[in-house]
Design a protein around this ligand. Sequence first.
Ligand SMILES: Cc1ncc(C[n+]2csc(CCOP(=O)(O)OP(=O)(O)O)c2C)c(N)n1
Ligand SMILES: [Mg+2]
Length: 392
Amino acid sequence: MALSRMASSSSSSSILKPISAALSLRRPLSSDTTLTIETSIPFTAHNCDAPSRAVETSPSELLKFYRDMALMRRMEIASDSLYKSKLIRGFCHLYDGQEAVAIGMEAATNRKDCIITAYRDHCTFLGRGGDLVQVFSELMGRKGGCSKGKGGSMHFYKKDSGFYGGHGIVGAQVPLGCGLAFAQKYSKDENVTFALYGDGAANQGQLFEALNIAALWDLPAILVCENNHYGMGTAEWRAAKSPAYYKRGDYVPGLKVDGMDVLAVKQACKFAKEHALKNGPLILEMDTYRYHGHSMSDPGSTYRTRDEISGVRQERDPIERIKKLLLSHEIATEKELKDTEKEVRKEVDEAIAKAKESPVPDPSDLFTNVYVKGYGVESFGADRKEVRATLP
Ligand SMILES: Cc1ncc(C[n+]2csc(CCOP(=O)(O)OP(=O)(O)O)c2C)c(N)n1
Ligand SMILES: [Mg+2]
């Protein structure tokens, strides 16, 4: 990676927790020195000029990227264990491998920009400022969860930070995202919506219908295809005649981005935001990879080889990439980075312990937030004979 140093200051986005004291800078570089780092590979553009590969960052931002991605990784690994010990039930889709997309997007946006995604949503919630106790409480169906323990893994929300979920119906979040962009344009605020979907969802009709309207009305909608190369157990080339998802908007410009390089993601999202505010929609295809299977019921190794997975881990892992940068530019030592990993592990363990203390929702809450109040809906038992409750 090429690097040059310039003596101006830059601010890093401040998500999740502040970087630890153990990682405070003791090197010649001050924490806000501007560093310019080249992306792993060039962007590939469709119907637009590609942004520069030279990305501005700072030592403190790189340290933060490292910590935030390590925290997300640890959270997902811990969720896997909780699932296997049956403390998490139902659907659960993990995001490990894809962390750079959530983190890079955060670095280029503010909380008035909206984000909406599918069911692989734990890390997006954390990136938007959600806390770990809420994550684990929601996953374990406890009251303290971000959806009061009633949504579970697929239904995380944080509206006060512009995070609109967490959706289980493949592709359905994209038209909703275009609706959010419509509201932003209508109210003349200078913000955009990032609507995320997978390579599997990319073949759905509703996506093109929403994109058509968004383009006609120049809505500030950015469609982000997280191409992890599989939709459940189906490889992209089996599902799509053209897996070049960044080109699939035809008249709508697109950009293919190394989604394992957090700096490339940040640059692309910054570029997309500027573009969308001036010209309307754009597609970003993030070339990424999921290490886990599709969901907890998928071991993830029947339709792809173990060599493929370990190859990506070795050559493209987003956390390793930042680690190498931190070490090669003497921003942190191996020991400091190990200490961060330990801290992150402790933080996750403490959050799980707290979440376990949270009670499960009351039975009386079963239908709240589901039906409009005041209609007197009656709820029956499974035999459909006995009225068990009349809803408020
Ligand atoms: C409308 C609809 N069809 C099918 C499903 C079942 N389903 C859940 S996830 C999924 C695969 C989606 O793959 P992709 O869009 O690539 O997202 P990824 O899981 O890789 O993040 C399918 C078919 C669903 N939830 N909704
Ligand atoms: Mg996919």
